[in-house]
Design a protein around this ligand. Structure first.
Ligand code: UT7
Length: 324
């Protein structure tokens, strides 16, 4: 048994922040940001109305509609987020309400920073393989803009808000191959020490102490070393040659990281789709949002061989091989 992706959906906030807009906030330029990251713009949520759960709920509704099923058909919701609205209830519970799933639907969240959606996806696969669930909704959603230090040009240029979601259905087939890795030893280069409090989002001093910290160069070096390695290892585990893969769906963090990965794997960049130009890094929403965009553009066909891979805070890095 395996969990086939039968529906995809995504949501991006209405407000767009361009590189030129950012150059009014910090000393930077459109040219620098595009050259060093590939990012042209990102979407920023209205923190009072477009909460993480709101965006997750809309992405989930769209995925359920795309799958051609009802919310009440879903028997498990796993949500990934590092920026939930509140400590509890979980984002998954709020999504349950948004899609009209019944009380016999299990709901919980996972937090594994940017690879969170892959962790949620693999958790869902395990439930399906064990026969514990048949139709599972896997959603990733983030309001990173609430946690960014908007005076730090080394981080604020990278991140955006959004949500992405997939519906998985138990189907005959080979289980997904996967590898999950983590290193708390190296975790200091990317961390966020405190939760935001919604009613203090206009308090500049409080915001500063709850913003996340990143040593960009260290994270970059970690990513370009470990991502190609974990992809090679997961393909070896799946016994599938790299040149048979239709698409490598990588975490949308920085075009240079994706380019370096393609080069190390000796695979053409055309097999590494990117949406980061339009969205920036949306953390756990990045991979399901990219998949949703690819479906809308007609790029996903049944039977295609895909690799998904991500890296981020923890440090954590995961990869999986699946057939679409
Ligand atoms: O989900 C995972 C999250 N994290 C990541 O994926 C981050 C990975 N790291 C990166 O993407 C890159 O390291 C950055 C985009 C953050 C930075 O790019 P870089 O090429 O590694 O730049 P750098 O930090 O080595 O800085 C080069 C120069 C420095 O100036 P000096 O010391 O050479 O004079 C920086 O002060 O660029 C300067 N700089 C900037 N200049 C204009 C740093 N940020 C900016 C900026 N605009 N926004």
């Amino acid at each position: 048994m395996t969990g086939k992706i039968i529906g995809l959906g995504s949501y991006l906030p209405e407000k767009v922040l361009t590189n030129d807009d950012l150059s009014l906030l910090v000393e930077t330029s459109d040219e620098w940001i595009q050259e060093r990251t590939g990012i042209k713009k990102r979407h920023i949520s209205d923190h009072k109305t477009e909460t993480t759960s709101y965006m997750a709920g809309i992405a989930a509704q769209r995925a359920v509609e795309d799958a051609g099923i009802e919310g009440s058909d879903i028997d498990l919701i796993v949500a990934a987020s590092t920026t939930p609205d509140v400590v509890f209830p979980s984002i998954a519970c709020m999504v349950q309400k948004a899609i009209g799933a019944g009380e016999d639907c299990g709901c919980f969240d996972v937090n594994s920073a940017c690879p969170g959606w892959i962790a949620a996806f693999l958790t869902a696969q395990s439930f399906i393989e064990a026969g514990r669930a048949k139709k599972v909704l896997v959603v990733g959603a983030e309001t990173l803009s609430n946690y960014v230090d908007w005076t730090d040009r080394g981080t604020c240029i990278l991140f955006g808000d959004g949500a992405g979601c997939a519906v998985l259905e138990a189907s005959e087939g080979i289980p997904v191959s996967s590898i999950m890795r983590s290193s708390c030893e190296r975790g200091d280069c990317l961390f966020c020490a405190n939760m935001k409090q919604p009613d203090r989002l206009d308090d500049e001093e409080f915001i500063k102490t709850t913003s996340f910290q990143m040593a960009g160069r260290d994270v970059f070096r970690f990513a370009v070393t470990e991502v190609p390695k974990i992809i090679r290892d997961v393909l070896k585990k799946a016994q599938v040659p790299a040149d048979e893969i239709d698409y490598f769906i990588l975490h949308q963090a920085n075009a240079r990281i994706i380019e370096a990965t393609a080069k190390k794997l000796k695979i053409g960049l055309d097999k590494f789709p990117m949406t980061l130009q339009e969205t920036g890094n949306t953390s756990s929403a990045s991979i399901p949002s990219l998949l949703s965009t690819m479906k809308k553009e007609g790029k996903l066909q049944r039977g295609q061989k895909l690799v998904i891979a991500s890296f981020g805070g923890g440090l954590t890095w995961d990869a999986a091989y699946l057939e679409y």
